[in-house]
Ligand binder design. Structure first.
Ligand code: TRP
Length: 382
């Protein structure tokens, strides 16, 4: 959804080209997370967060209002989601880790939608059994991130549609086909499941308020490509008696290959959460860097961290310490460190991280029911 003259594309289905995030803010009409807002979040949260510091989370809608309400004692809840169309990779975990931080720091419920219906409608090559299997597998990764079971509800759309449907029918009546076409570019060839989908992605933004009969602000941590959904959701919210959901939006986590984001459909670009250490190391050692053609040249001229995928991984997760990051950047630019050595550092950190995640993922197998949104059925009074 970029303009005619832009040489990148960002829609919920396609991200390509070199994304200009300033331009996206302008096109989508969201707001930048500036220094002042960051400082306010840190003050309320009681600590900083690396993903705000390093501006992976960079854009928002209505967060100032959410914090005004929060300071008045009106707490918010969180809503995020995942389309289970394949395996989870490290890039997916990054915003979920931030969501966990928000849950911990602001003590909020979290509704996590696993959109197996969406993926079934939008990916014709997937069978119903495959999306169900991915729903389960991906849920393990979500749980392994460490969310609070008492406050976390994993919504499996196909299984839990009864919880969503009463709100869904009301949302759907307020969205015309022409609105959906304008927001999502649907063509006549789109199956009608896909056309109804935006109504269902809106539902969890209202779910807490509907169940508890309270008007509660909602904050949606998500990648910026989901913004068209929230435009439609915000459009219907007040007419249904709810607040417009706010959002806090992240950039795409880059892949390990040149350009583009981490994508499970490009296996060498993505370290999957289930990769064995040896394979993870191999992927990191094959990563695209800003290095020179020869070691000699690099020693003399230095390399370019600005285009290096390894450096981005340091920036966004594996080097939270600013001094350490600055030091390696300087060593890179000056040619003091070569890419092979630098990739080894990332590979060991990646493997440590993976081993912990995989252990948590194993434990999650016993705990899936603790997180199930099925518990909400007892809360709903009809
Ligand atoms: N549409 C998202 C996807 O394809 C899944 C999703 C549903 C989501 N609700 C969400 C993502 C809320 C972020 C926030 O992956």
């Amino acid at each position: 959804m970029a303009g005619k003259d832009d040489d990148f594309v960002v829609t919920p289905w396609e991200v390509s080209g070199k994304v200009d995030y300033d331009r996206l803010i302008e096109l989508f009409g969201t707001e930048r997370i500036d220094k002042k807002l960051r400082a306010r979040i840190y003050r309320l949260a009681g600590e900083k967060h690396i993903l705000l510091e390093r501006e992976l989370f960079f854009s928002h809608r209505d967060l100032k209002w959410v914090f005004d309400e929060y300071e008045k004692g009106n707490k918010f809840f969180l809503y995020t989601g995942r389309g289970p169309s394949g395996s989870v990779h490290i890039g997916h975990l990054v915003p979920w880790m931030f969501t966990k931080w928000l849950q911990d720091r602001f003590d909020t419920p979290l509704y996590f939608q696993l959109t197996n219906d969406e993926k079934f409608w939008f990916n014709p090559e997937l069978s119903i059994d495959q999306v169900k299997q991915f729903t389960y597998d991906n849920a393990l990764d979500v749980i392994a991130v460490g969310f609070e079971p008492e406050k976390t509800y994993l919504i499996n759309d196909i299984e839990h549609i009864d919880i969503l449907y009463e709100i869904g029918v009301q949302v759907a009546r307020k969205i015309t086909f022409s609105t959906a076409k304008a927001a999502f570019g649907f063509e006549n060839s789109m199956n009608i499941g896909g056309i109804w989908w935006p109504a269902l992605q809106a539902v969890p933004a209202f779910l807490h308020s509907w169940i508890y009969g309270t008007k509660t602000p909602c904050v949606i941590p998500c990648a910026i490509d989901q913004d068209p959904y929230w435009r439609v959701t915000r459009d219907v919210a007040e007419r249904l008696g709810y607040y417009k959901p706010a959002s806090i939006q992240n950039k795409f986590v880059p892949g390990l290959q040149e350009g583009g984001k981490m994508s499970a459909s490009d296996p060498m670009s993505a370290v999957l959460t289930t990769d064995k250490p040896k394979l993870a190391r191999k992927k990191v050692m094959n990563a695209f860097t800003g290095g020179r053609a020869t070691a000699k040249e690099q020693r003399e001229l230095g390399a370019n961290p600005d285009i290096c995928s390894v450096f981005k991984y340091y920036q966004f997760i594996f080097m939270p310490d600013d001094n350490e990051l600055n030091k390696i950047e300087q060593q890179c630019r000056s040619g003091e460190i070569l890419c092979g050595e630098c990739k080894q550092i990332l590979a060991s950190r990646m493997i440590d991280f993976l081993e912990k995640h995989q252990a948590a993922r194993e434990e999650a197998k016993e705990r899936v029911h603790e997180f199930s949104a099925a518990r909400l059925r007892d809360e709903i009074k009809r």
